[in-house]
Design a binder for this molecule. Sequence first.
Ligand code: ZN
Length: 231
Amino acid sequence: MVSTLLIRNGCVLIVNLNKFKFITKLENNYDSNPSYCSHCGKPLTFKKFYKQFEFEKKFCCKKCASQYPEVEVNKFSSETEKTIYAFLSLTLPQYNIRHNITDIFPPYEIDMCIETEHFPVFLEFNGTLHYPRKNGYLTKSTVKHQINDKIKKIEICKNRQQKMIRLWSSSGLYSKPEIFEECLNLVLDSINYLIKANNDYGQCIDVVYTGKDIYRYKEKFKDDIIEEDLD
Ligand SMILES: [Zn+2]
């Protein structure tokens, strides 16, 4: 059983990672094909393996890790982002997936990029920081996030005619594993849709969890015309 402690607004939340079905599946299959410490070769527990999921070299302890120069690895800004990355790496093992990328559109950071055989699919996770406070007020930082979201979409989808998927949630997704997985499956479905369609114009797909419903919104950026479609 893997649990993780999250501290939000002074409250301690215990999130059981096993509630994510895809992680349970990964854990159930883990013992027959475990990961080993890159230094001493000792098998890693599932907990240690998952904690170091995004690292190429994984270690059983600090001592083993200290034998290697620290590799510069971009850190995830939240457990939510790490879960998205883990889900996509496991469901799309054929593609290289990069995260926290700063060389695509500097100085902006793009959360993830799925390098498919046809084109890159950029993925952004826009959580509660991208929404107004509960009282309806926009803070300076929310305004900044919203402006940046717009700038990134225009640059990637309209100017560069590339593909972008954005997952939006106005309330914490990490503490709602079932809804989170439903959103992740819609993101996966959207990636597969873009690959299959293989269109040569810019596209943006928004998967939105409103706190109540999940919906998907598609935009085409073709011949300077923006077409919209809701499903
Ligand atoms: Zn070791």
